[in-house]
Design a protein around this ligand. Structure first.
Ligand SMILES: [Zn+2]
Length: 140
């Protein structure tokens, strides 16, 4: 399940929480806590489990990445780059974006990753076409 879908599904069964994945009773969950609950059916125990469930959280954002909430905001960094997962927490906790709004933004990021893959596959197809001298239709 995509992270964006999991956030949407997990948001149905809880109210939005901040600065923690979930409260003690599971009534409140942040965007990531809600997503994890949607795919595993229980509360998140450790961040490692979260990243294992959604590897997209480990995607590195470009150095010139701008916070989607405010271009003048300096999003938190980890060393020289910003991890995608950190931005989700930032949007949830700092900007207080609604989880469905976060899910929409996550979906657009997931889509951009897919199109990057397609672009790469198209390049491969173009190289193969050039070497074989046969017209090939790229199915991507
Ligand atoms: Zn920000």
């Amino acid at each position: 399940m995509k992270l964006s879908e999991a956030i949407r599904i997990g948001s149905v069964s809880s109210k939005q929480g901040f600065r923690q994945y979930h409260d003690s009773w599971g009534d409140y969950r942040c965007a990531l806590g809600a997503a994890y609950y949607a795919v595993r059916g229980h509360a998140l125990v450790s961040p490692q489990n979260l990243h294992a469930a959604f590897p997209v959280l480990n995607e590195r954002l470009p150095p010139n990445f701008q916070c989607p909430a405010n271009a003048f905001c300096l999003p938190p960094r980890s060393g020289f780059y910003t991890l995608f997962g950190i931005i989700i927490t930032h949007l949830n906790d700092y900007h207080k974006w609604d989880r469905l709004r976060i899910a929409d933004w996550v979906a657009s990021f997931e889509k951009s990753l897919e199109s990057d893959v397609c672009a790469l596959e198209s390049d491969v197809c173009a190289v193969e076409s050039a070497t074989t001298k046969e017209p090939e239709l790229c199915s991507v």
